[in-house]
Design a binder for this molecule. Structure first.
Ligand SMILES: C[S@@+](CC[C@H](N)C(=O)[O-])C[C@H]1O[C@@H](n2cnc3c(N)ncnc32)[C@H](O)[C@@H]1O
Length: 167
């Protein structure tokens, strides 16, 4: 089931329209959060979408022709950023099913992502459980601060959003 537009808006409400560096989206699926980023005033050409499903990648390429869309596992985020010549991202938006990924892989993906996040930027994560799925030890290790962004019942299933802002 694609995410709702209401969830998309909740995921990106902290992102300023004048953000003009690259923004990383992990697990964009059908592109609901990507559309929300565009509604927020973010330029399509600044978006880097990392999606492991080839079928979703084909779909995303038709929807967002100016974005950089990579068919890779999010665990390879450091390598693919190097290949793209990107040293840091202004913001990271994640639709990855982190609660369904084993703990070590979840910690690895979050740690690698935080290393690529600009100070002041946030890693924002959807959760279908009423708890933040960004591991606490990753948040403290990367000098970030956890913030609850809210819940939306206008989504199947209802979804919670947290973000961790890098100091
Ligand atoms: C819950 S769906 C995202 C739904 C999306 N917000 C939408 O509206 O379509 C999770 C997405 O993460 C992708 N995904 C899961 N694990 C991944 C990984 N390790 N690397 C990259 N993408 C992954 C899945 O293929 C799927 O498209």
């Amino acid at each position: 089931m694609p995410s709702s537009a209401a969830l998309g808006s909740l995921m990106v409400k902290h992102i300023n329209s004048d953000t003009n560096g690259p923004i990383l989206e992990l697990g964009p699926g059908t592109g609901t959060f990507t559309r929300a980023l565009l509604r927020q005033g973010i330029s399509e050409k600044n978006l880097v979408l990392v999606e492991q499903s080839q079928e979703f990648v084909q779909l995303l390429k038709t929807f967002f022709p100016k974005a950089t869309i990579v068919c890779k596992d999010a665990r390879q985020v450091t390598k693919l950023s190097d290949e793209l010549g990107i040293k840091e991202f202004d913001e990271i938006v994640s639709g990855l099913p982190l609660n369904a990924i084993n703990h070590e892989q979840r910690r690895f993906i979050c740690n690698e992502s935080f290393k690529l996040l600009k100070p002041g930027g946030s890693f924002v994560q959807v959760s279908y459980l009423p708890r933040c799925s960004i591991p606490n030890d990753v948040i403290s290790k990367n000098s970030a601060e956890k913030m609850y962004c809210g819940v939306t019942f206008a989504n199947i299933p209802p979804a919670f959003v947290w973000r961790a802002q890098k100091r």
